[in-house]
Design a protein around this ligand. Sequence first.
Ligand SMILES: Cc1cc2nc3c(=O)[nH]c(=O)nc-3n(C[C@H](O)[C@H](O)[C@H](O)COP(=O)(O)OP(=O)(O)OC[C@H]3O[C@@H](n4cnc5c(N)ncnc54)[C@H](O)[C@@H]3O)c2cc1C
Length: 402
Amino acid sequence: MIRDNYDVIVIGAGPVGGYLAWKLTEKGLSVLLVEEHAEIGRPFQCAGMVNPSAMDKIGAFDTVLTRIWGARMYSPSGTEIVIGDPDTTRTWSVCRKLFDERVVQLSLDSGADLLLSTKPVSATVTKSGVDISLDIHGEIKQIQCRMLCGADGAHSWVRRTFKMGRPKELLIGFQIEVTGYTGEEGRLDLFTGDDFAPGFFAWAIPSGNTTRIGNWSLPNKLGEESCEDLLEVLMKSSQWKERFSNCKEVGRYCGPVPAGLIHRPVIDRVAVFGDAAGLCKPTTGGGIGKGFEQVDLMLPKLVEAITTNDFTQSTVKNLNDTISSLRRNQNKSRALRNVFLTESTDEELDELFSVWSQPEVIDLINQLGDIDNPIPLGIKMLKDVPEFRRLASKAASALIWG
Ligand SMILES: Cc1cc2nc3c(=O)[nH]c(=O)nc-3n(C[C@H](O)[C@H](O)[C@H](O)COP(=O)(O)OP(=O)(O)OC[C@H]3O[C@@H](n4cnc5c(N)ncnc54)[C@H](O)[C@@H]3O)c2cc1C
């Protein structure tokens, strides 16, 4: 039974929408979760890596396919760097469908209502709330809420409808799932090279009985070619081709990675979260953990605004301010990524790898390397590794002003 009135309507029952609905219902608010597909978690575009802090919030350890504790990283000409410690989990490789289902289930158990095969048709902000028209299996229904939240992904309907701007950076990722890859248990592989991942990297991530192989880049770096064409180069004609010779494709995914937080994720009574807000990490493309962080940071003020039905300009500004740290962190991560990876030629990358492969630098990476927060490691390397000091001035202004 769907009511005519909710405190909050959340569009999009992906991991971030499910998490937001869970946290709001836990605080006693009534929430309707709206999903355009007929089931949760399909289709998805994801390498399925969930960082430890995000996983701890959900506790969905039964969705884990492989525990990832290390990595093998390759320079364009083939220098190998092997990092990791089997006792320290760096990330979890999960079944993304099951993971999304678990998150949404938490919200339902906590009292949220869910509509599948439903999408918004129109929405208008009024003085006291938001009037929204939903297409439910082809039937139109009007519902009111105090606040409308869009967790509806990279192409967010909510963000577009309320003209909230575009993510600053939109990367493209492509991935296939294969059997037969010769990797190492618990270690993911990262490959760099202009031929197959210009300015970024390609990956092979163990996921139980299969491996997820993909690449990502910026549209302006791809030129006429697609990520799919370039992945073919990695697998068929690169120096790594032998590793892929027995691979059989069992699935494929392609999608955008919005990695530049929009100017104002909250306007009036409307807010966007996760990919809809442009929150993916510019370093790895991961978006689940950052979306959860956004919800956690905004939650106290969000609940207060909804409960008191106060959406004055100063309240909205305060809400936007709660995630300033995420914006700063994303800008710094992007600046470091540009210095160490995106703006480097293959020759420069080979030089960087030859420094990274020194035992004392590997120790530093093992000590400070954190998929969630690469900034401390990046800054330490710029300060302490003499060969990287020449990059420091390039990085400094981006880090200070980014
Ligand atoms: C190739 C690739 C690999 C990636 N690998 C990783 C990774 O390993 N780890 C990681 O953390 N992130 C990864 N990402 C990013 C990750 O997939 C997203 O950051 C994450 O899914 C964001 O969650 P979300 O809930 O914000 O959005 P989504 O997961 O996109 O969920 C949005 C939901 O909203 C629904 N929806 C959309 N529009 C409407 C509408 N109008 N009405 C109703 N419902 C709607 C969609 O059906 C969907 O269910 C990867 C992305 C790509 C492209």
